[in-house]
Design a protein. Structure first.
Length: 318
């Protein structure tokens, strides 16, 4: 009865409302600002992590190319007369057990091409400049389209550097070796690798859902970048890194891109929002009951005076 009568007192209502506005309103405004700031901070952190993962994957792919080149040099030494006195056909047969990271391998000689491990369906055409670089001991990477339309990566290395007409070892890497770095991609993300001509070299996207490459010219002049791609109602955050191949493999840069849905990028927000709202609700409940208790106790004399005045006006003087 006392509490119900207390809430019907106009003075108590006004003081209670004023206390709530003066204390709760700044807290709510501060909470909204804090939420926006934390959300933006987590979003920037997510984009930074996506960029770091993209760079880590590109470095891992480059390391695999270097390992493949080392293995090519080891294999090439098995076909030189200095290390083997066997005739060329016997050296071909001997090399069949040294596939390693290669899907297919062939020896290109002046007499033709001999397959060592499987068959390379389409070999790149080599000009005089390519021959000169191979003679200088440089490994070359070339992208060729096979009869099925797939882009094959082919590494070329001269068996005995120093001669422009020397035998050349050609090999294509195993898919699981070259692109296995994609297992490091963040949850829910997809990876795309394209060359400087915009040809798709590798992707984890399902067939038919590969994002269009609209910013290829911009990507050629920037080592890395962050962007957005909309797929229906979903927004994908994209990160790309250019992989420089010119110095070691005489090939234009590749571009490695990671695409991650915005909701996956902001995965930590769901946990933050739950605890943030729970803490805000608890703080407002504590504030509400504290304000009610404080106002009620401070207005006890006013309430007593009001009751006494009502009794006097009713003629109850005893």
């Amino acid at each position: 009865m006392y509490q119900t009568k207390f809430f019907t007192t106009r003075v108590a209502k006004r003081i209670f409302l004023l206390f709530i506005l003066c204390v709760a309103l700044p807290i709510i405004i501060l909470a909204v600002v804090a939420y926006i700031q934390v959300r933006n901070h987590l979003f920037e952190q997510g984009k930074m992590r996506l960029r770091q993962e993209t760079k880590a994957i590109s470095v891992s792919i480059y390391e695999r190319l270097l390992l493949m080149r080392i293995e090519m040099k080891i294999n090439a030494s098995r076909f030189t007369p200095r290390f083997s006195d066997k005739p060329p056909p016997d050296r071909i047969e001997m090399g069949r057990g040294f596939g390693g990271r290669m899907e297919a391998m062939a020896l290109i000689t002046t007499d033709g091409t001999r397959s060592i491990v499987k068959e390379i369906k389409t070999l790149p055409a080599l000009n005089a400049a390519d021959r000169e670089k191979l003679a200088g001991g440089q490994a070359l990477i070339r992208s060729v389209r096979d009869p099925s339309g797939r882009i094959d990566i082919i590494m070329l290395l001269q068996v005995e550097p120093g001669r422009t007409d020397g035998d050349i070892l050609a090999a294509t890497p195993k898919v699981e070796h070259l692109w296995s770095a994609e297992v490091r991609r963040p949850p829910g993300s997809e990876m795309v690798v394209i060359d400087a001509q915009g040809q798709l070299l590798y992707t984890t996207f399902p067939k038919g859902s590969v994002p269009p490459i609209r910013n290829l010219e911009i990507m050629k002049h920037r080592h890395s970048g962050i962007g957005e791609w909309r797929q229906g109602d979903r927004v994908q955050i994209s990160s790309h890194v250019s992989l420089f191949l010119e110095s070691n493999f005489d090939h234009p840069s590749w571009f490695i891109g990671l695409y991650q849905p915005r909701e996956e990028l902001l995965g930590a927000m769901s946990t933050f929002v739950f605890y943030f709202l729970a803490c805000m609700f608890l703080a407002l409940m504590i504030l509400f009951f504290f304000a009610m208790y404080l106002v009620r106790n401070q207005l006890v004399p006013v309430d007593t005076l009001k009751n006494a005045t009502e009794k006097i006006s009713a003629g109850k003087l005893g």
